[in-house]
Every structure is written in C-alpha cells, then in structure tokens.
Design a protein around this ligand. Structure first.
Ligand code: ATP
Length: 405
C-alpha cells in the first residue's frame, strides 16, 4: 500500500534517543505499541473479511455516488476502531490516486457527547488547521455548525466518511440521524457515509426508528480474538523492541491472559507497552515473563482511569466505595445497593465531601454498570417480598486504589 506513513518509516535520528533509548533502551520502534497506532495491513490479524466488507459499503464514494452508513458492534479490543480507521485511510489514499477528494473524520463520542461538539469535531477533523477556525469552541449555534459543515463538505470533497466511535455515548442520536440522512434531506450534495461503532450489542434497540432505517441492516459484529490470533497480533509488534529484549514465553503469556479477558487485543498491546516502560524505568535490558504481573496492574489502572475520565467525581467515589466493600469482605463480591450507598456515605464523610442523594447514587450505579465497571443484577428476596439490586466490581479492588480521587 502506498502513502502509508505509519509503518516501516525510520524515526528522525535527532529524536531517536528520546523516543527509543531512554533508560534501559529496550525500544527500537516504540510507536508500534501505541494504542492509537494504526498498523499496516500486514500487521492486522484475522480481520481481512471485515476490512473487505466495510470497504465495499463505502467504496461508492470513490465514484461520487451515495454510499451506505454502517454499524460495527463488538466487545472492547476487537479491532472495531482499527478496521474503521484503516479502511478510511485506504479509501482516502485510493481517492488521491484517482484524483477524488475523500474527506475522513474520526470522533470518539465518549469524550464528545453533545451534538454541537460532535459536529464541531467533525468539521475540525475534515479541514486544514487554518480553516478549523470556522469551527470555534463556542459562540455559534448547533444549526450554524451544521451549516458550516455542509459548506465545507460540498466545497472541498467528492465524498466524506465519518466514524463515530462509542456512538452509544451520544446524549441523543440526532447527529447520527442528521449526518446519515444529510444527502437525502438535501443539506449536501457530496455523499456522506457514517461508520457507527459501539460495544453495546443492544444499542440498535435504543436508536430511534428513523435513524435505524438510515442504517438499514448493514451491521457487522466483530468476534473476540482467540489466544492464537492474539499471539499473532502481539508477535507482529515484537519489532517495537530491540532484538532479544523480549524473552521467550512473554508474548504467549500475554496472549493467554488477553484471551481470558474476553479476547481483548487492546489489553495485550497495552501490556507490551507497559513492559517496555517498566524495563526502561528499572534499567533492564530484557523483559521476562515474571515482569508481566508487575505491569498488568498499572495497565489496568490506566484503563480504568480512562473509563472514569470525564465522569463526575462522585462516580469515582461510588466505584471506590464498592472497591472498599470488596476488599473488606474477602468472601463476598456482590453487594446490595443499600450497602454500597452506606459505604459511599462513609467514604464521603471521611474525606469531607458532601454525599449525593440516594436516588442520584442509584443513577450513578446504573452508569457504572453501563460502562462495565460493575455488573448489576436483580434478585428476588423470596415469595412476595419484592426484588433488590446487587452489584459486583469487574476490576480488582486494589486497581481502583490507584485512581486519583
Ligand atoms: N486484528 C488486529 N490486528 C492487529 N492489531 C489489532 C487488531 N485488533 C486490534 N488490534 C490492536 O488492539 C488495540 C485495540 O483495538 P481497537 O481500538 O480497534 O479496538 P476496539 O474494538 O475499537 O475497542 P474499543 O471498543 O475499546 O474502542 C489497538 O491498538 C489495535 O491496534
């Protein structure tokens, strides 16, 4: 493939020391283990059918004809974002070859939940740095953002593809509907295709009827990877490290652990990255299987931190309250809502925070279950005695302690 700058390219020697050789100097190409790195096709494992299918849906943009909008579902770390970004980039470079201007934008809706932010980010993604001033942070209405976006799309592109990752986090699916029906409603002439990504398989049920119909039945479900695929994914990143750094058995063990974690490639790649950093900080020139346990906790803490980022502080306190309960009750892992509310109140009073109302804490418990930080289930108390909810932390409690309150 041409025009793919991420892979195989040498780093500028001027910065190589800082990028690769800090401390123990174990890296030779550190970016290969960055989570946002989009690997070249020959490093992507087990997704050629999905790449082909997504490409077929959006390919009509190359001829200026309307293309489909699609939804991709699958658990975390199953390559959804990777496939979307990879296909978008290839479409854009094929467009360049054919002198067709394809605009691409990627927006993560977990950090961009309101309509105006989504539309603004798409605009900023599509245009040059100077033109991005047309999409200021504040001061213009949602309608004006849309107007500017339509103008940009029609003025500069022959086709546009927009990926909305974690689309289920949007406050409402208005932007999804407006963007996917922009051509039909006469807002733009240039065809726009949307790739919506979610790890909530039942997300479709939450979509309103009109949005659903604009996505038709073009849905793809990505299965988790098995241990063999995970091992290959990680082997394909081995050259992030200098030769001989990763001892035998390191990659198979990370792959086996990631396979247990629902086939999550993200976890595997992250552990590789942390292993390198750990080796550097400790001036080690090789990485052994025993080092894996040291870094997994750090990797998990960071992931959880990511999950909680942007959420209200009290959401974190509720998570901490559940972690404390779990730690103080080694033989239990399910806790009733009332137990958690009591633990949360104790935590708040100890730390000097004003606790939120019971109803609000119940809502927060639903939010953290939705984010898969906890699992929630409803139990029956016994004949005629009604029901109660209980919750279980899906992360190790000591990991939660790493969270900054
Ligand atoms: N098939 C694959 N081949 C090589 N690397 C992969 C593959 N699938 C995923 N990865 C790597 O695993 C990490 C996570 O992948 P990605 O972000 O695409 O997952 P996702 O399904 O979008 O997860 P999430 O829902 O958490 O965003 C990335 O670093 C990606 O490069």
């Amino acid at each position: 493939m041409e025009n793919r700058s991420q892979d195989g390219e040498e780093e500028d020697p001027l910065f190589a020391d800082t990028l690769n050789k800090g401390g123990g100097g174990v890296f030779q190409n550190r970016k290969l283990v960055d989570i946002d790195y989009i690997p070249n096709e020959d490093r992507i494992v087990g997704r050629s059918d999905q790449i082909q299918q997504v490409a077929e849906e959006i390919a009509p943009l190359l001829t200026g004809t309307p293309a489909n909008s699609i939804l991709i579902f699958g658990k975390t770390g199953t390559g959804k974002s990777l496939v979307a970004k990879h296909v978008m980039e290839r479409l854009q470079s094929e467009g360049r070859r054919q002198e067709t201007d394809i605009g691409i934008a990627y927006v993560n809706c977990s950090q961009t939940t309101t309509t105006s932010r989504v539309v603004r980010n798409i605009g900023q993604n599509l245009c040059t740095e100077e033109a991005a001033t047309n999409f200021p942070e504040r001061g213009i209405s949602v309608d004006e953002y849309y107007e500017r976006l339509w103008r940009l799309v029609d003025d500069q592109f022959d086709g546009v593809v927009i990926t909305l990752d974690e689309v289920d986090m949007l406050k409402d699916d208005n932007p999804l509907m407006i963007l996917s029906r922009a051509g039909e409603s006469g807002s733009v002439e240039t065809p726009i295709s949307i790739i919506g990504i979610s790890n909530k398989i039942n997300y479709r049920d939450q979509m309103n009827q009109r949005t659903k119909s604009s996505f038709g039945h073009r849905e793809f479900v990505f299965d988790p990877y098995d241990a063999k695929q995970l091992q290959e994914i990680l082997e394909n990143r081995r050259d992030a490290f200098k030769e001989g750094v990763l001892e035998q058995g390191v990659i198979p063990r990370i792959a086996a652990l990631a396979a247990k974690e629902h086939g999550d490639a993200r976890k595997g790649v992250e552990v590789l990255k942390y292993l390198g950093q750990y080796a550097e900080q400790n001036n080690k020139s090789t990485i052994a299987e025993d080092d894996i346990d040291q870094v997994r906790e750090i990797a998990e803490a960071e992931r959880l931190q990511d999950l909680l980022a942007g959420l209200p502080q009290h959401t974190r306190y509720v998570v901490i309250a559940i972690a404390l309960l779990t730690e103080n009750n080694p033989n239990e892992d399910w806790f009733r809502t009332t137990q958690i509310i009591d633990a949360y109140r104790r935590f708040c009073s100890r730390e000097g925070y004003d606790a939120l109302s019971t109803d609000r804490v119940r809502e927060l418990l639903d939010e953290i279950a939705f984010l898969e930080i906890t699992e929630k289930e409803t139990q029956h108390s016994g004949k005629g005695k009604g029901t109660f909810n209980q919750h279980r932390l899906l992360w190790k409690p000591d990991v939660v302690e790493h969270i900054n309150t």
